[in-house]
Design a protein around this ligand. Sequence first.
Ligand SMILES: *Cc1c(COP(=O)(O)O)cnc(C)c1O
Length: 364
Amino acid sequence: MATRPYNFSAGPAAMPEAVLQRAASELTSWNGCGMGVMEMSHRGPEFMSICEQAESDLRELLAVPKHFQILFMQGGGLAENAIVPLNLSRGQTADYIVSGSWSEKSRVEAERYCTVNVAASTQEQGFRQLPDLQHARFSSSPAYVHLCSNETIDGVEFHTLPELAALGVDAPLVIDCSSHIASRPVDWSRVGLAYGGAQKNLGPAGLTLVVVRDDLLGQALPACPSAFNYKTVAANRSMFNTPPTFAIYMAGLTFQWLKEQGGISEVEARNIQKAKLLYGFIDASRLYESRVRPDSRSRMNVPFFLRDESLDDAFLQGAKEAGLLQLKGHKSVGGMRASIYNAMPLEGVQALVNYMRQFESANT
Ligand SMILES: *Cc1c(COP(=O)(O)O)cnc(C)c1O
């Protein structure tokens, strides 16, 4: 098998090669049944078993407690920005913590459905550090508090989730965890609802994962579409309408792969090692720089800059020739970005660092 280049895309992102190979081998006939997964009824026994296995594997991997529902939905993180207030705002104010481009998008969308209070924002600091929630201005009784636990574009990550009760806030915490779900354990005692598009760290685009506490079901506004009402989706075990069957299957294969790797704690240890290697190299170099405050840096998305921007194009061209793909930074931030999700092996980060070192010595 020829080795593939290392793909640092922020999303849709690289998937484990073993998962892709397995799916390829089953594409025309799943488990010898004579049908591919894309061709099966979502209500037939074959797909039901795939879906139930995916759900129970995810529950086990992330230690999701029994009083949370796991929902397989569609529409991505951006649709959830509307679906969350439609389901949870109850005509009240919702508090938003703005720590980067994605949580800012969430805030803007929520304004269409409810009153929004920005409890904290680091926009003036250029989204280079986590907000100080000790000094946040929460409203008196928000319907919920929303934050993005890993800002994919800005490279800022909450390494611990806030305990709202300890901050004097009696409200569920809603997290957009699209780009670091399954990269580390989740403290469910601090979470009311978590959502994420699958295409960063779980599987292909088209599947949106929602994990929601039971007591938050059944409060949707009348205008909420039935297919986006969490209670309806939960009551129908994610089969109110046709779910994204192939994407669920691919995510299920990824969950099995994660279990084979030793589970989330082992995967987290590798992610820490990968991030340490890359940030350590960047901080020690004279050509590259990270602009995110060290305590706020994401383990998954590493934006970095060449101090001499005129070298950007040559850097990217050389990277491509060295088998290191999709390193260009997001257009709103510029520079470079290396996304090093679960599927990126340590060897990929080592190859990136080796290339960056060679490029630096050839150009300074
Ligand atoms: C990618 C991303 C989204 C958007 O997801 P879509 O599936 O394109 O709607 C939302 N939030 C975060 C944190 C993301 O990384």
